[in-house]
Structure formats: C-alpha cells, structure tokens
Ligand binder design. Structure first.
Ligand SMILES: Cc1ncc(COP(=O)(O)O)c(C=O)c1O
Length: 377
C-alpha cells in the first residue's frame, strides 16, 4: 500500500476514537467555533465566552413542529451545472458544492457538527469523543491536539466503538471531573439531523425545489438522508431524494431514518415513503475502491475540476451516473442535483497513486525540464 505524506502508516486500515479537549487546545479562534466543528478547539481564555457566542438558530416555519430544535446557522454553498462524464443524453446534472462548507475544505460533517458542538457547549461538556474511520481527517485531528485511540478497522459502532467511547468518557470524568460529549459515527443524531434540515432550507431559498426533479448524494450513516428527506416531506416539495448507499444497505438506512422520524416526532411517517435508498454501488465495500471508481474520480477531476473522494462522493456520483444509464425510470425527472458532501482528504491516503503512475507511464504529464534554454518537450 503506498504511503501518503499526509497520513502516518500507523493509521492505515484502522478506525479511531478521537477525543478533543474542547477548551484546552490553543490557537483556534473562537469565531471558527461557530463555523466549524470536527477539529474545533477553543483557547481556554475564551471558554467563558463560548456559550455567549453561540448564535441562535431559527428553524424554518415548516420545521418548527419538530421536537428538540437546537441552535446555530449555516452558510450557503454554490450550485451550478456539472458536465459529469457518462450522463446519458436528455438528463442535466448540477452540483451543490457542500464540500465547500468552510473550516478547511470541509463537507457534510461541519453541517452536523455545528449543531452537535453547540449542543456540547450548551451542556457544559469540555471534551468531545467521536468514532471515525482513519482517513486524511486524522492529520487535522492531530494538528488540533486530539487524542487518538486506534481500534481494528470495521469495528461495529454499537458493540465496539460506543462502549469504548463511554469508557473513555468515564475515565475523563474520573480523572478531571469534566463531562464529554459523545458523537456517534457520522454525527447522525437527532441534533446532527438539523445540519441537513438547514441545508434543505438553504436549497429551498436557492430555488432548487423549482429547478430540479431529483437530489442525489452518498449515504454513509444516514444523517444527510434523514435531514434531506424530512425537509423534503415537510415542505411538500416534489423532489425525489436518492441516497446512494456506500456502506450498509437499504434496510439499515431505512431503520436509521425511521428511528430519527420517531425521535423528531414524526413517527407516523415511514422512511420507505420519503427516501429512495439506492443499492448496488458500494463496490468492494465501505472505504475500499475499485479501479473503475478511481478512474471515474480522475475523469471527473480532469473534465470538470471537481474533486470527488473515494469513500463517499466518488461512489455516490458514479452510482448516480450508472443509475441514470441503467434505471432512468427511478428518477422523477430529467433535472438532477448532485450534492457533493466533501471528504477530499480521502484522496490523499495514497490510493490514487497507482492510477496516476499508470497514467504517467502511458501519457506522461510530469516531465523534467532542467535547462531554462531548452524546450519543454
Ligand atoms: C464526505 C462524506 N460524505 C458523505 C458522508 C455520508 O453522510 P451520512 O453519514 O450523513 O450518511 C460522510 C460521512 O459519513 C462523509 O464524510
């Protein structure tokens, strides 16, 4: 396995539990706290002000009936036409760049974590414990002084990650007296849900409901899918919501979404009626890439300048293109919006290297040009 300069080999093929002292780490401005979260850290001297600086979140009118409405607000991300290779004639695809949510090239995690971190501060927690896969994010976690505990890859959340996170929280409590805020994999809780309720409101304001027939995105833990499908239902929108499963299956995601519906006070609804989970595009499995998937990422980058990641948006977008070709009738119309959920750091774990080396051999794009008086070719 090629080793990336960004990722220590020790982390390869593992999952991790990360703990961040919310108030202890230095150098991050408080203002960033209101924009980002995953790697968020507050200077101790600001901690007393932290809860004063939380911005009140005003849910859209149609979401006011949901229980447990939390706090905070979000920025807009752009939408524009996207000439993604392989889309059959007759369909037009646009992209919503939710990989541009701020906080160092982020994605859908920040959408959820804005709410989750606000909730953590509100509850007076001083530590944040998360379970996650080990990809490029680990570099950011290390830069922010997170403590990282490696566990075997594919450790199931409920039986292997959650108990460890709880144990860690107990130990932190015993040694410091301080509370921890536990964030499950993907941040897909009833609080994190509001990240994509907010995105749906944003899409509504951007005219998506009038301009598009379908919205498509990668589905990993189900939080994005729950938020968008609930927003879609509550607004009476005619969009069809397609979640391309990159881990687990339709049953798992509908269960997750049904639990969320219960918690949000919408138990009369069924996920199966408001969300289309698209199966068959996991490839070799979660986090594992096929040559076709990597080549698709390469083609999309060369042709459109959009960087997809191998674990989520790459599989999501390729799944969308394949579905448009094979099962066009599952789409509600011809105008499709792909939601890019971020994950760019996954590109830097070395897995693109063999493909780029192969391209370099067949058609070199990197050449030596040692003499300024000599020609480039
Ligand atoms: C970059 C990226 N895209 C998509 C997803 C999937 O979103 P969700 O977990 O809300 O299904 C995740 C996280 O799991 C992610 O990190």
């Amino acid at each position: 396995m090629p080793v990336s300069p960004f990722l220590h080999p020790h982390f390869m093929g593992r999952s991790a539990v990360c703990v961040l002292n919310l108030f202890g780490a230095q150098r991050r401005a408080l203002s960033e706290m209101t924009q980002c979260a995953h790697t968020v850290a507050l200077n101790r001297q600001y901690s007393a002000m932290a809860s004063d600086r939380l911005v009140a979140y005003h849910p859209p009118e149609w979401a006011k009936a949901l229980s447990c409405v939390p706090e905070l607000a979000m920025p807009n991300t752009p939408i524009y036409p996207w000439l993604v290779p392989g889309v059959p004639d007759g369909f037009s695809v646009s992209i919503k760049r939710d990989d541009m949510t701020g906080s160092t090239l982020s994605g859908n995690k920040v959408r959820k974590l804005e709410f989750l971190m606000a909730d953590a501060l509100k509850q007076g927690c001083r530590h944040d414990a998360e379970g996650a896969g080990c990809e490029g994010n680990v570099l950011m976690d290390r830069l922010c002084g997170s403590h990282i505990y490696l566990v075997p890859k594919q450790s199931p959340y409920l039986t292997h990650l959650k108990p460890r996170m709880e144990k860690l929280a107990q130990e932190i409590k015993a040694s410091t007296g301080e509370d921890s805020y536990l964030v499950p994999v993907g941040g897909s809780t009833r609080v994190g849900l509001f990240g994509y309720i907010t995105v749906f409101e944003e899409m509504q304001q951007q005219g998506v409901l009038e301009s598009f027939d379908d919205v498509v995105f990668a589905c990993g833990s189900g939080g994005t899918a729950s938020g968008l499908s609930i927003g879609n239902y509550l607004t009476g929108s005619k969009l069809k919501v397609h979640a391309v499963a990159v881990s687990d299956d339709a049953e798992y995601f509908h269960n997750h979404c049904n639990e969320t519906l219960q918690e949000a006070g919408l138990g009369h609804l069924r996920s199966e009626d408001i969300l289309h989970v698209v199966e068959g595009h996991k490839g070799k499995g979660y986090g594992i890439s096929t040559d076709d998937e990597l080549d698709f990422i390469y083609q999309v980058a060369c042709n459109t300048g959009v960087m997809l990641d191998p674990t989520y948006s790459g599989k999501g977008a390729l799944g969308m293109v394949r579905e448009l070709r094979k099962n066009p009738a599952t789409f509600s119309g011809k105008c499709i919006l792909f939601l890019h959920t971020g994950g760019v750091y996954g590109l830097f774990d070395g897995r693109m290297t063999p493909l780029l080396q192969q391209k370099q051999q067949s058609q070199p794009t990197i050449r030596m040009w040692p003499d300024v008086n000599g020609g480039p070719l």
